[in-house]
Design a protein around this ligand. Structure first.
Ligand code: HEM
Ligand code: NAG
Ligand code: NAG
Length: 324
C-alpha cells in the first residue's frame, strides 16, 4: 500500500533528501551571487556602466565619490543603501550625521536607478547599484575591475545613530582603525588596501588642518608648508586638496606618497608610522599590481557586509526614498 511505502526506509530517505535540498536552496538564496540578475534583468550591468561612464566623463572626481558612497553604505548597518535615503516624515537621513559625511554622487545613483526602472522596473536594488557603480568607477579611473556579487535588497530605514562609531574619523590612531575594520571582519591588510581608495579624490582643509599645523606630526616639511599656504590655521575650511599626486587616476601613488611622509590625512600617514601596517604600505608602494589585486578582493569582502537578502527589506523604486 502507498501509505506503507511512505513509511518505508527508502521513502523516508527521499523525504529527508528533499527537505535537505530545500534547506540548501534557502541557504543559497540568502547569499549574494554574481549572476543574480542574469534572468530578471540581463542588461542591468551594462545599463549601470553606461550611466556611470557618462557621469565620470562629466566629472572625473565622481569615481572617487562613488567608491566612497559604497564604503559609507556597507560600514553603516551593512550594504543596504540606507545611506541614500533623504529625510522624510518617517526617516532621519544618515547624510547629516557626523563624522562629516559630506558624500557626493547621490544624483548619479538616482539617475542609474531611473534608467533601470525603464528596462526592468522594481528588480535591481539600490544597494546593488552602489556596489556595481563602485566597481565601474574603479575600472574607469584605471583601477581594477572585479565580478560584483549581487542580490542585496534595500533597507526601509536609515540609521543616523550608527554613523558615528562605524565610520572612521580622520584623526583616528592606527589601533582604532584596525579595531574598527576588525569589527567588520576586515583585516589590517584589507584596511590598508581599502584606504588606498584615497588614490582618488579630494579632501577639505578641516580634515587635515591639525596635521599640517602641528610641530610633531610625521610629515615631510616641504609638503606641510605647501599645504599651509592652501589651508591656513584659520579659515578656508572647505578648500580642497588632492589626496595623492594623481587624484583622478587609480594608481599606487597614495602609497609612494605615504612612504615619503606625504600622506594627507592623519589616518593616511598612521598606516606608515612605525606600526604593524608599515610593511604592507611598503609592499603596495613597490607593487601596483599587488595593491590592485588586494583592493579588488577587499572591496568584494566589504560588499558582503550584512546584506538584506531573500524577502528582507525591499527593492526601492527611487534610491532616495523608501517605497510608499
Ligand atoms: C581608514 C579610514 C578612513 C578615513 C578616516 C577616511 C576619511 C576621509 C575623509 C575625511 C575624506 C574627505 C571627505 C570630505 O570631503 O569631507 C575622505 C575622502 C574619500 N574617502 Fe575616505 N576615509 C577612510 C577610508 C576610506 C575607504 C575604506 C574608502 C573606500 C573604499 C574611502 C574612500 C574615499 C574617497 C574615494 C574619498 C574622496 C572623495 C571625493 O573626492 O569626493 N575612504 N575620506
Ligand atoms: C532627495 O534629496 C535630493 C537632494 O536634495 C533631491 O535631489 C532628490 O530629489 C530627493 N529625493 C526625493 C525622493 O525627494
Ligand atoms: C564631527 C566633525 O568632525 N565635525 C566637523 C565637520 O566639519 C566642520 C567644518 O566644516 C567642523 O567644524 C566640525 O567640527
Amino acid at each position: 500500500m502507498a501509505t506503507e511505502r511512505l513509511l518505508s526506509k527508502p521513502a523516508l530517505l527521499v523525504a529527508l533528501l528533499t527537505l535537505m535540498s530545500t534547506a540548501a536552496i534557502r541557504r543559497s538564496e540568502a547569499q549574494l551571487s554574481t549572476n543574480f540578475y542574469a534572468k530578471s534583468c540581463p542588461n542591468a550591468l551594462p545599463a549601470i556602466r553606461t550611466s556611470i561612464r557618462a557621469a565620470i566623463a562629466k566629472d572625473p572626481r565622481m569615481s572617487a565619490a562613488l567608491i566612497r558612497l559604497h564604503f559609507h553604505d556597507c560600514f553603516v548597518h551593512g550594504c543596504d543603501a540606507s545611506n541614500l535615503l533623504n529625510n522624510s516624515q518617517t526617516i532621519k537621513s544618515e547624510k547629516d550625521s557626523p563624522p562629516n559625511v559630506s558624500t557626493r554622487g547621490h544624483q548619479v545613483i538616482d539617475a542609474a536607478k531611473a534608467q533601470l526602472e525603464t528596462i526592468c522596473p522594481a528588480v535591481v536594488s539600490c544597494a546593488d547599484i552602489l556596489a556595481v557603480a563602485a566597481r565601474d568607477a574603479s575600472a574607469f579611473a584605471g583601477g581594477p575591475s572585479w565580478d560584483v556579487k549581487l542580490g542585496r535588497r534595500d533597507s526601509t530605514a536609515a540609521f543616523p545613530d550608527e554613523v558615528m562609531g562605524n565610520l572612521p574619523f580622520f584623526n583616528s590612531d592606527l589601533q582604532i582603525l584596525i579595531d574598527l575594520f576588525k569589527r567588520k571582519g576586515l583585516s589590517p591588510r584589507d584596511m590598508v588596501a581599502l584606504s588606498g581608495a584615497h588614490t582618488l579624490g579630494l579632501a577639505p582643509c578641516f580634515s587635515f588642518r591639525e596635521r599640517i599645523h602641528s610641530n610633531n606630526a610625521n610629515i615631510d616639511p616641504g609638503f606641510a608648508s605647501a599645504l599651509r599656504r592652501r589651508c591656513p590655521a584659520v579659515g578656508g575650511d572647505s578648500n580642497l586638496v588632492a589626496m595623492d599626486m594623481t587624484p583622478d587616476k587609480f594608481d599606487n601613488n597614495y602609497f609612494t606618497n605615504i612612504v615619503q611622509r606625504k600622506g594627507l590625512l592623519k589616518t593616511d600617514q598612521v598606516l606608515f608610522s612605525g606600526g604593524v601596517t608599515d610593511s604592507i604600505v611598503m609592499e603596495y608602494s613597490q607593487s601596483p599590481s599587488r595593491f590592485s589585486a588586494d583592493f579588488a578582493a577587499a572591496m568584494i569582502k566589504m560588499g558582503d557586509l550584512q546584506p538584506l537578502t531573500g524577502s528582507a527589506g525591499q527593492v526601492r523604486k527611487i534610491c532616495s526614498a523608501a517605497n510608499k
